[in-house]
Design a protein around this ligand. Sequence first.
Ligand code: ZN
Length: 270
Amino acid sequence: MPELPEVETTRRGVQPHVVGREIVRLTVRESRLRWPIPAELPALLQGQRVDAVERRAKYLLFLTPGGTLLIHLGMSGSLRLVPSGQSPAKHDHFDIELKGGQVLRYNDPRRFGCCLWLAPDEQHPLLRHLGPEPLSDAFDGELLYRRSRGRKGPVKPFLMDQKVVVGVGNIYANEALFLAGIRPDRAAGRVSLARYESLAGRVKQVLTSAISQGGTTLRDFVGGDGKPGYFAQQLHVYGREGQPCKRCGLPLRELRISQRSTIYCVACQR
Ligand SMILES: [Zn+2]
């Protein structure tokens, strides 16, 4: 599944090719995504100029003078730049054709993504209750500490709660908790401020590192520029159940927390 680093990699990959360009047309071959692509979207997009490509959580936002195009990659979506005239393949559900001959093409076998429109100044319900961006100054140990007081549930799902902070997916939560030395099943309300400061720093570190390497999912993700992500090769715990801890050598254990696979080290995480 594309996580925040893959979405950010996509944003950085497509941005230089679409900003300042005019949209010639939107061609929809399959409108039944998670929510249907609005029937009026081709008319709304035609002739608009892309002023910026931004990201909020895992949503890509294409800003134009007439409004904002919001795209989510869902479970299996990808955006690619292809030359105009290249025939669509299976699951290529829509094309945004840009002036000058390039096409931004959306592929999504499972169709859990979306492509929606926001009028100027409209705040979409999907974006309304999101916590701060993990790489912004608004996200720090102080915020985690404050938001976690009184919480009896485990720290891992707390860290993955989009209302607390956005974009910390399962892989990154596993990794950051290992690096911060915090047991993933420890009660969120029982973690000290100093340890949350360490955890916030580790979240920023793993996400920054993954973004610089183009994301994690080697198998099914292709970055905006067509290169696969290599971050998976340096994971400490995720996907390494039973293998030796890179710090102490003990075999890593697996726990299910909120139905999600959680790998940790009994000796290094407390
Ligand atoms: Zn260990």
